[in-house]
Ligand binder design. Structure first.
Ligand code: G6P
Length: 368
């Protein structure tokens, strides 16, 4: 299979820009577009209505997709979710009630720890569902049900388009679960599905922030540490932002739940540490603003990713603000992932690193 960079300088840039299209393909695989309702691409060998618990396992970026999934399943399907990185899960000797559902998320479908966790859950009598990008992979083959992401081949070592396609599949699964469990009415489902259908367009709009992000990245490339903050559904996006930055720019970065700021990371804040806050206007926005004020009071440089309403509510602060379109809370992580990827990408380009093949990292970790 021959894949080229098109007009882009790196595969990673090409893959970031492919997201409106591949997420659209993935959504079309899980949604009946004429009905405006979710339609899963295969029958499940169990009833979502009967589930008591979900276990999610994955590594790296796929794990952060799972973390967003946890928030979705809890909120929209009222299903308890246990999630862990596969390298921990496989040795935790987790007791699992037979008949539960275990979900494994993997771009390659070959990550050794994820596969080992799958085999463990299988021996514990769990239903095994995987969300994979490589259809003929080991994880897909060993699953009872394997749902695809239609991201196409991902070449850049740092995952981008596979992540948002994983989110698209998980979002649909959470809506299906919510509906079958009677948490969502048909009308609720239609609204959520409509919000998903708008995602590719919102993503294209978010990509227009690139020139501003490029200017910002020049500054970030001089930082030694960068802190990312987010709450709720956007907490995993803060974690993913930090992971992307360290993977490809080699700048130390940490993602934190905004509310945990005062339990540690605030001690690091001074004029030298940029703080990137992922905070669309939502029910938790006010709380995040007060976290930002604590950072600003210590001279920290803040970059706020928000929408017009959020920018207005934040007021006249010494913030650098990147304004994204307004959108339904449910889909925010899918769209906010893009500026966060672009920040890492452009910072790495300024640093002159090997963006597509960062040092010491492998695309797929098939050994422990
Ligand atoms: C490696 C890659 C990451 C990826 C992780 C999990 O660390 O560099 O981009 O998120 O493995 O890989 P998987 O193929 O299981 O999604």
């Amino acid at each position: 299979l021959l894949v080229d960079k098109g007009n882009h300088r790196h595969f990673m840039a090409k893959e970031i820009y492919e997201q409106p299209e591949v997420v659209s393909h993935t959504l079309a695989h899980y949604i009946d577009m004429s009905e405006g309702l979710v339609r899963l691409p295969g029958d499940l060998p169990f009833d979502l209505a009967d589930l008591k618990r979900i276990t999610i396992c994955a590594c790296g970026t796929a794990y952060y997709a799972g973390l967003v999934g946890k928030y979705w399943f809890e909120k929209y399907a009222r299903l308890p979710v246990d999630i862990d990185v596969a390298s921990e899960f496989r040795y935790r000797e987790v007791p699992l009630e037979p008949g539960g559902l275990a979900i494994f998320i993997s771009q390659s479908g070959e990550t050794a720890d994820t596969l080992a966790s799958l085999r463990y859950c299988s021996s514990e009598g769990q239903h095994i569902l995987s969300i994979v990008n490589v259809q003929e992979s080991s994880i897909a083959r060993e699953s009872e049900t394997s749902f695809p992401t239609l991201a196409g081949p991902e070449i850049g070592v740092a995952s981008t388009k596979a992540f948002t396609c994983q989110l698209a599949a998980l979002a649909c699964l959470a809506v299906a679960a919510g509906r079958q469990r009677g948490v969502l009415a048909e009308d609720d489902e239609r609204k959520l599905v409509q919000a998903l259908i708008e995602v590719p367009r919102l993503m294209s709009q978010a990509l227009k922030l690139e020139p501003r992000i490029e200017a910002l990245a020049k500054e970030l490339s001089r930082a030694r540490d960068v802190l990312y903050l987010g709450r709720g559904l956007n907490f995993p996006i803060a974690l993913e932002g930090a992971l992307k930055l360290k993977e490809i720019s080699y700048i130390h970065a940490e993602g934190y739940a905004a509310g945990e700021l005062k339990h540690g990371p605030i001690a690091l804040i001074d004029e030298e540490v940029p703080v990137i806050v992922v905070a669309p206007s939502d029910t938790l926005f006010e709380k995040t603003i007060s976290n930002m004020q604590e950072v600003a009071a210590r001279g920290g440089r803040i970059v706020l990713l928000t929408d017009a309403e959020g920018a207005q509510a934040a007021g006249d602060q010494p913030f650098e603000t990147l304004v994204l379109p307004q959108m339904y809370q449910f889909v925010q992580p899918l769209v906010y992932a893009l500026p966060v990827q672009l920040i890492a990408y452009h910072t790495a380009v300024f640093m002159g690193t090997d963006v597509d093949q960062p040092r010491n990292l492998a695309k797929s970790v098939t050994v422990e």
